[in-house]
Design a protein around this ligand. Sequence first.
Ligand SMILES: [Zn+2]
Length: 407
Amino acid sequence: MARRRSSKRRPSPLLVFFVLIGIAHVTSSCSSPGGGPTISGNTDTRLEVSRAESDLGRGNVAQAAAVFDKLAGRAMTLTDHQLAARVLLGRAECRLRQGDPSAAGEDLLRADTRNRQITNAGEKRSIDARIAFLNGEVDLEQRDWNGAHTHYKRAAEVPGALDADRLNHRLALTAKLLNRTAEASSYRARIRNPSRSEFATLDARFTAPPPQPKTSSSAPAAVAAADPSAPPILPRAKWNARAATWDKDPIGKIWRVTVHHSATPFDSTDTAMTAAHISGIQRTHQGDRGWADIGYHFLVDRAGRIWEGRELRWQGAHAGNHELNAGNVGICVLGDYSSRGLSSAQESSLTRLLDWLRKKNGVAAGNVFTHREVREHNDHGSSECPGPKITAFVKRYRSGSKAVAKG
Ligand SMILES: [Zn+2]
């Protein structure tokens, strides 16, 4: 059987994702980064980006997508933050037009990370406006009218950065969807060329009765439905998980649990943003790493929500290699915990999740580990994962004293 997902060659499952978003704090990563070439924002790349942006403006989405996809693969090594942000924004817009708002949301997060590092205030504001507008488009696709309207309003705060007709159309549309008729008319009146076909298409799509939603937020999670003692766990469908490929092994007898952090700054407590973020992690694990599925079995966000990752019946790809992953449940706390601690919501849901997993599988409290412990105990090199404060939490959990100090 293939062992690609066992990560023998590159020990940290999140490393590629980490490098992709271009964070400088490499020491906080799950493990040490590999070396790679650095591409400065050279003239050729700049020219390619400008051409692809014009293609996109003219509606040649497939053509633009091919260029942005190629460049986004290199964006991790772009030292020019503005150029990297433009590449990510271009790809996000292509993904949106191709009907994949979750993927677009993930690129927008990355673009935002780059944008925060831009020093030129004017450039930064114009990228901000584009990020806000595209976040509005993502929300619109996901039928979050309020979120969309808020994002469009933020985009409108930067005068001249965007197509004013398009912006007023979106503000009018979302105001109407929110039943704010007077506000909708006032935005509508500001549109100078209201006969654009794009406007009619969107109006028809969103003011028509909505199709049956893919997942209802009130639907019980698959995991929880199967087991009433489980903590609330958001199912894979909630983050639009892709199917796992064939290349995976059964987890075997579960006898240990390993706790990680994602080592990537991510603080959002917004459900849609978090769903997009997890979907991006899966894309990295399946795409760049060639694994069967997202590496972790569970992910815990800053709000303490638990998300289902890889199905528990399959061996994960998180601890370092096939032997380390056998019988080992992987839990990832989303965010960078190299210096901070868990929120109280995270502590209580992580505790509930660990309690439930241990009870269900007969795992002793002493067999709950940090990633670093698993690696070091098995002579598989060191790791900073999951940082000192989560490590302290795991130690307290193991020793049975669940009284918890704040980080
Ligand atoms: Zn780890």
